[in-house]
Ligand binder design. Sequence first.
Ligand SMILES: Cc1cc2nc3c(=O)[nH]c(=O)nc-3n(C[C@H](O)[C@H](O)[C@H](O)COP(=O)(O)OP(=O)(O)OC[C@H]3O[C@@H](n4cnc5c(N)ncnc54)[C@H](O)[C@@H]3O)c2cc1C
Length: 303
Amino acid sequence: MGVADRALVRLLPAVPRAVVQRLSAPYIAGPTLGDARRRVADLNSAGMLATVDVLGEEVRRAAEAEAVASMYHAALDAIAGDRLNANVSVKLTALGLEIDLDLCRSLLATVVADAAARGIFVRIDMEHSGCTDDTLRIYRELRDAGRENVGIVLQSCLRRTLADVGDLADLRPSVRLCKGIYVEPSAIAYQGREAIRDNFVQILDALLELGCYAAVATHDEWLLERTLERVGGLGRDAYELQMLLGVHEQRAAELAAAGHRLRVYVPYGDRWYEYSLRRLQENPALAGMLAKAAVLRVVPGRP
Ligand SMILES: Cc1cc2nc3c(=O)[nH]c(=O)nc-3n(C[C@H](O)[C@H](O)[C@H](O)COP(=O)(O)OP(=O)(O)OC[C@H]3O[C@@H](n4cnc5c(N)ncnc54)[C@H](O)[C@@H]3O)c2cc1C
């Protein structure tokens, strides 16, 4: 990312919420579960799988975390009821990780139990580095308690991740591997694109060596090529590729048409702001989008 891009990203929080909402609309299914259901059904019809995320990070009170958990139960009900080919992705901060660890544990346990009863898988998203230890611990507790329908996410930007793979090896975890979106200090995280890519490939090799199910989440064509080289000899059920709603959709469709399991991350809900900022900060067209939004704001009568 160049100096000008970094300056733009710093300005993002100053952009009016209505503009952020408009620019980020392609990344979000919509405010309601009905929106997510329709989007997942469309993806399934196009030969793709989905993972449904209830937007709800930054919760401040137990009641909000409980409300997010209820939305997950409703999402599981909808996935099962509509026979959608989808699982769910959960952010532990949305279930109260940063307000009450035990509350988070018990809300997640009920979501995972509900999902298990319906034959649905739960992926625990990985958030900023302050959450990594607790997230990995809670994942291990669930697996130790006999839950098999749960998986984790690992981030290749973190220096610790290869060691985490070693620590998790006995569980043969299902892992979503991504670069990691949170801004982390250089003491704990690689900063350069090449170092993050190299670590990604090393982690992927380690996961495949252990016989783990690897869900490779990237839009980076260089990494996709390295991944396809590696999974070439594996069965279709040994791995999947993942992309975000609204990003490189044509490429996602091509990969699905070529026979890969391709899962799209489908967020929905009315707490869209933080997720939207993160997506916009990664959009290479950010400068153009902001310029266009500014023009639309000063030219009256434009839609
Ligand atoms: C399914 C999925 C789940 C994820 N879960 C997590 C998680 O749990 N924790 C976490 O920290 N991170 C998560 N991420 C985000 C991930 O860590 C990266 O920040 C993100 O995927 C961008 O990295 P990249 O590998 O696609 O490579 P990049 O080099 O960032 O992107 C490659 C290309 O993709 C395109 N692109 C990427 N993002 C956008 C965008 N927003 N808008 C338009 N074009 C874009 C651009 O053309 C860019 O050049 C997830 C990503 C995916 C795909």
